[in-house]
Write a protein that binds this ligand. Structure first.
Ligand SMILES: *[C@@H]1O[C@H](CO)[C@@H](O)[C@H](O)[C@H]1NC(C)=O
Ligand SMILES: *[C@@H]1O[C@H](CO)[C@@H](O)[C@H](O)[C@H]1NC(C)=O
Length: 304
């Protein structure tokens, strides 16, 4: 497997973390000023205001990454145009403005070493984590700071837009009745009957109704309706941390098992999930062949 050679652009990422910490200093200052004003206005009004303004405000982005993979050994470290895939994902995540911290959660020393090399915070998790959600949960317990929201950022989406991360965080902050948020994009007609492309239907307020590997909604004609705006589910998701603690413990549910879709467990247990629609071309890297595809795409668009 390719050896990790973090690209030299880590200097730019450290300068961006400096600028974000100076932003935080500014916000803290603003809160102090606000508190002084609040004393003048009456604490009751102030507390009420800050409570609603700060709902689910502490947010961490976690990139779960494991070395062992049945289809693609060492996948997080594969080079994409000269940079490890995990570094590309991390750099994109660092650009999101809603995240207070971005950490890589891994069971593998090689991945950890590589990530520390380009400046990432790393949390070691056990090899027994069965999936990304469990890994996020374990990492969350090991973090020193307390968070209200966790964004599970898939390490195999190196072109994830920071705006998508910010979008699902803001959606969860704005929907107190939801415990989970995720994103969808337009489904391409050629993916309509591909069971690996998960479809989603939402209600009029943007809450998920159902996810399926089959085409939903299903047109009476049995064909794809060229006029219907079908939705493709993207892997990124964020959860309320209180929900994340109970999520892995919830027993599997019939629809989840039948479709082999984890997120159905959330809906089948009666929890609400907020969905945002974004413009995003999915470039997930699942196999070595996908690396060439994504590199071709990046060259075409002149992406660095
Ligand atoms: C099904 O798709 C066709 C276009 O292919 C559309 O005209 C029709 O309204 C859709 N719905 C039903 C119920 O046929
Ligand atoms: C991860 O595995 C646990 C079982 O240990 C299960 O409860 C949970 O639903 C799984 N989550 C995902 C995303 O597969």
């Amino acid at each position: 497997m390719s050896i990790c050679t973090p690209s030299s652009s880590s200097s730019s990422s450290s300068s961006s973390s400096e600028s974000s910490s100076s932003t935080k200093a500014w916000i803290v200052h603003g809160v102090v000023v606000g508190a002084a004003v609040a004393v003048a206005l009456g604490a009751h009004v102030y507390l009420k205001h800050t409570r609603s303004a700060k709902f689910r405000s502490r947010v961490v982005g976690i990139i779960p990454a494991r070395f062992a993979s049945s289809r693609f050994q060492g996948k997080p470290l594969v080079q994409i145009l000269g940079k490890p895939m995990i570094q590309r994902t991390w750099e994109r995540a660092k650009m999101a403005t809603t995240l207070d911290q971005v950490v890589v959660a891994t069971d593998d020393e090689k991945i950890a070493e590589c990530c520390r090399g380009f400046g990432a915070d790393v949390i070691m998790t056990s090899e027994s984590c069965r999936n990304g959600t469990e890994r996020c949960n374990e990492a969350l317990q090991k973090l020193e700071k307390k968070y209200d929201v966790v964004v599970n950022i898939q390490g195999d989406e190196p072109l994830i837009e920071p705006e998508v991360i910010d979008g699902i965080v803001k959606a969860l902050q704005a929907a107190p009745d939801a415990v989970f948020s995720t994103a969808v994009t337009s489904l391409k007609p050629e993916d309509a009957f591909d069971p690996n492309r998960v479809k989603c239907v939402v209600d009029t307020r943007g809450y998920a109704v159902y996810f399926s590997r089959g085409l939903i909604p299903y047109n009476k004609s049995g064909k794809v309706n060229p006029h219907f705006p079908y939705l493709l589910h993207l892997g990124i998701q964020s959860y309320d941390t209180k929900f994340l603690k109970i999520y892995p413990e919830l027993p599997p549910t019939p629809l989840q098992l039948e479709e082999d879709l984890e997120q159905l467990k959330v809906l089948e247990n009666g929890y609400k999930m907020k969905v945002i629609k974004v413009d995003h071309e999915a470039h997930g890297v699942d196999t070595p062949e996908d690396v060439e595809k994504i590199e071709g795409f990046m060259r075409e668009r002149n992406l660095p």
